[in-house]
Design a protein around this ligand. Structure first.
Ligand SMILES: CC(C)(COP(=O)(O)OP(=O)(O)OC[C@H]1O[C@@H](n2cnc3c(N)ncnc32)[C@H](O)[C@@H]1OP(=O)(O)O)[C@@H](O)C(=O)NCCC(=O)NCCS
Length: 134
């Protein structure tokens, strides 16, 4: 299977919702609020997508200043395409686009708690967060 990766493709909020639902990450995102999902797409700085022909099968959505820090806000691969290296490649393209000056941090979903060590991330114990209230 030949998967194409893109950091230029523009996707809609509806496409974003579809791939998150296909991955199961939709359970942990406000997918019922399409306007909010569209805003998440519109205001992201880097969206790397994976395509099987015309079908969107994976996405990595990052917020960054392109110079020091980056936050990997969503990483999702369609369940029928998982464990084929697509997530790893989405991260690789994201890192390549960010360059060496940016660190990349994330909040792991429970289902992916053991994943990130396999794809180059170090676990950090000095992370803190203020949770969203809505
Ligand atoms: C987590 C996710 C993005 C991984 O994508 P993927 O394309 O299946 O991952 P890869 O094929 O690149 O996997 C790379 C390695 O991690 C392993 N792996 C994949 N998913 C894993 C998981 N959930 N937990 C632990 N290891 C995992 C693979 O077996 C592979 O191991 P190998 O190098 O020894 O062969 C995908 O499973 C997904 O979308 N999950 C649901 C949504 C989610 O939880 N996203 C993360 C939000 S923080």
């Amino acid at each position: 299977m030949s998967i194409r990766y893109s950091s230029e493709s523009v996707i809609s909020g509806a496409q974003f919702v579809a791939v998150l639902n296909a991955s199961t990450l939709g359970e942990r995102r406000p997918v019922e609020d399409l306007a909010r999902m569209q805003t998440m797409i519109d205001n992201a700085d880097l969206i790397v997508t994976a395509w099987d022909g015309a079908k969107l099968v994976g996405v990595a959505r990052t917020i960054t200043d392109w110079s020091y820090a980056a936050y990997l806000a969503d990483l999702a691969v369609d369940q029928s395409y998982q464990k084929q290296g697509i997530g790893r490649q989405l991260i690789a393209v994201t890192r390549e686009k960010l360059g060496a000056q940016c660190s990349l941090v994330l909040l792991a979903a429970p289902a992916a708690a053991d994943y990130y060590a396999k794809v180059g991330f170090d676990w950090i114990e000095n992370g803190w967060q203020i949770k969203r209230t809505n």
